[in-house]
Design a protein around this ligand. Structure first.
Ligand code: ADP
Length: 633
């Protein structure tokens, strides 16, 4: 039994295909994790890297407490089940299951105990003396599961184990594998392209596309809170309806207009609190997502609903207990072609709608999903990243929502009206701005606090639970930005500096002591070249860089270093730079330093000016390859 930690895992195949990009995940002991996504998205590659069947190009994989990047597959304490059962045809089921244990030279008694126990769990005891060819596909897959179980692995890896089985057997085996997981109390990682399999089995699901993780969450959260349009469309059958449209705030209401159709609904603004204001002015295109079960044609629902649109029925699929009604919200649309006006509605089994009927449909807009048409990211996130409020700057004072704050000298801009962007995690409780806390909920381990300030609803991410009622907040002014006419007038303080350089190898003379004598010798040392300076590179860091880039490129390819403003300090020697100015945020000061073409913010206590040197904290440095954009450290 063991948890796993995947840190910045990448896979680049020798032909240059980047199959997995920056995969990060902590898997707890005994979880049932499913990797799901369309063919070619990188799920098998990730699983094979965990198994040790494929080298990890960059990143660190930990199983239990051990970094296993360089550990042989047989020593990783994992067992793998494949789609093709790969049984030995000339051996009996018993021998097939026992084979691996014999190779490990376990005692006969122990082998017998494990094989009979596994056969019992899998319900194949009566087949133990049979040959695989005498068994059905489902039974053969049980044998291959048995072969994995008897190894008593810390982690079970399953690569599309059910895709060779027919639909009925797949459903049955799904339940059996879930039961097996509960019984074995072992971490399972399961790969499938089938979203239903993923939803029914996983405690958490990783949705992947084109080598990138799209979302990691519980089945319920993926369904209810998809982070982007891809996840929304991939999870759930029938697929979510996606319409194109716009949102326009009119006082305390928001009008949702559907493109290529006359459909329009008006909802209270309270339902759209989390939407980024720039999407509420009627210009920016959005995808409006609604699942089939969140649209209703039932006369009662339609009668009592405030949110109705017209649908022209084209055809239906009768599934017995329910009917999927297909139609179009464009009266000239055909309802067959997948389009931004086609709609699928879940209705009762005994509906008698006919092609051509024009009906009112009720929308459950509490369940609406909204995505930016350009990026396809959700604009109704569970945790809003930013608060957007109107503000005015006058004589160095920032006024917003009936409050005013003196701006520190680091923030300078002309007098006038702006839009203020405050990151939700730049607001902390304690301070001197009075707010009214309305709710506080735990979402994915974070606490989202919703409060009112000057009549506006705002959000803060807090470390601790905050009770309802009057509270005081403060805003970290380093993190805010000011916008004017869609352009950034004042940027927030950069959270990192980017520097360039190379890995350097050199033979260095060193004096060593051996048998009481001192001896001069030459040793190979590695350095990180950075700007005009260089720093000792710890051996394991150099090793990671060489193994990820290959020996040839490791010393020639340019590297990108990233470092935060608190992770550098001024020193007598190091990287040279020129102090441009001091950014004074009141409580904290930062030297704004030019190094080559880049600007770095470095936290300083005292005034400084002119030419300076500074050193980064090597432990906090991120190192990224310029060519393939792989984050190695
Ligand atoms: P999935 O399991 O999601 O179907 P894979 O992990 O098998 O996807 O593949 C991810 C990507 O890597 C695909 O583009 C595939 O073509 C590519 N790929 C897989 N194996 C190799 C290989 N041995 N050499 C080169 N490219 C590969």
């Amino acid at each position: 039994m063991a948890g796993l930690n995947l840190k910045h895992i990448y896979k680049v195949y020798p032909n240059g295909t980047k199959a997995v990009n920056d995969f990060n995940m902590e898997i707890a002991d005994k979880e049932f994790i499913v990797f799901v996504g369309p063919s070619g998205c990188g799920k098998s590659t990730t699983l094979r890297m965990i198994a040790g069947l494929e080298d990890i190009s960059a990143g660190e994989l930990t199983i239990g407490d051990t970094v296993v990047n360089d550990v042989e597959p047989k020593d990783r304490d994992i067992a793998m089940v494949f789609q093709n059962y790969a049984l030995y045809p000339h051996m009996t089921v018993y021998e097939n299951i026992a084979f691996g244990l014999r190779l490990r030279k376990l005692s006969k008694d122990e082998i017998h105990r494990r094989v009979t126990e596994a056969a019992e769990i899998l319900g194949i005891t009566e087949y133990l003396s049979k040959k695989p060819k005498e068994m059905s596909g489902g039974q053969r897959q049980r044998v291959s599961l048995g072969r994995a179980i008897v190894r008593e692995p810390k982690v079970m890896l399953l690569d599309e184990p059910l895709s060779n089985l027919d639909a009925k057997l797949r459903t049955q085996m799904r339940a059996e594998i879930a039961k097996l997981h509960a019984k074995l109390n072992t971490t399972f990682i399961y790969v499938t392209h089938d979203q239903i399999e993923a939803m029914t089995m996983g405690t958490r699901i990783v949705v992947m596309k084109n080598g990138f993780v799209q979302q990691i969450d519980t089945p319920k959260n993926l369904y209810n809170f998809p982070g982007n349009k891809f996840v929304a469309g991939f999870i759930g059958t029938p697929q979510m309806n996606f319409f194109e449209g716009t949102l326009k705030k009119k006082g305390e209401e928001v009008e949702i207009s559907f493109d290529y159709s006359d459909a329009k609904v008006t909802v209270p603004y309270s339902m759209m609190y989390k939407v980024r204001p720039s999407f509420l002015n009627g210009d920016k295109k959005v995808f409006i997502g609604l699942r089939a079960e969140n649209v209703s044609l039932s006369p009662d629902a339609v009668k009592s609903s405030k949110f109705k649109i017209k649908v022209k029925v084209s055809h239906k699929e009768e599934l017995g207990n329910q009917t999927l009604v297909y139609g179009d919200i464009n009266m000239d649309g055909d309802g067959y072609t997948e389009s931004s006006t086609r709609i699928i509605i879940e209705a009762a089994g005994d509906t008698d709608f006919k092609a051509g009927d024009i009906l009112d449909a009720a929308l459950d807009l509490n369940k609406v999903h909204l995505f930016d048409k350009e990026t396809e990211e959700s604009i109704l996130p569970r945790i809003p990243e930013y608060n957007f409020v109107d503000c005015e700057v006058k004589d160095g004072v920032l006024a917003f929502l009936e409050n005013s704050v003196a701006l520190p000298s680091a923030i300078s801009c002309g007098d006038g009206k702006y839009e203020l962007l405050i990151p939700s995690d730049a607001i902390s409780f304690g301070g001197n701005i009075e707010v009214n806390v309305v709710s506080s909920e735990v979402i994915n381990g974070k606490i989202l606090v919703s409060f009112e300030l000057g009549g506006r609803r705002m959000f803060a991410v807090s470390e601790e639970e905050v009770k309802k009622g009057k509270k005081k907040i403060s805003v970290d002014l380093k993190r805010v930005s000011l916008m004017k006419d869609g352009e950034t007038a004042v940027e927030s303080m950069p959270d990192k500096v980017v520097m360039k350089g190379k890995l350097i190898k050199e033979k260095v003379a060193e004096t060593v002591e051996k048998d009481g004598k001192t001896k001069k010798t030459k040793v190979i040392k590695f350095f990180l070249g950075m700007g005009d300076a260089r720093f000792d590179a710890p051996d394991d860091m150099a090793k990671k860089l060489i193994s990820a880039m290959g020996v040839k490129k490791a010393f020639s390819e340019e590297l990108r270093y990233e470092c935060g403003p608190y992770d550098m300090k001024l020193a007598d020697s190091g990287i040279s730079g020129e102090v441009e100015r001091i950014a004074d945020y009141g409580k904290e000061k930062f030297a704004v330093v030019k190094i080559g073409g880049e600007t770095a913010y470095i936290r300083v206590d005292d005034k400084c000016e002119g030419a300076v040197h500074f050193v980064p904290d090597i432990d906090k440095l991120a190192i990224i390859t310029s060519e393939k954009d792989i984050r190695i450290i």
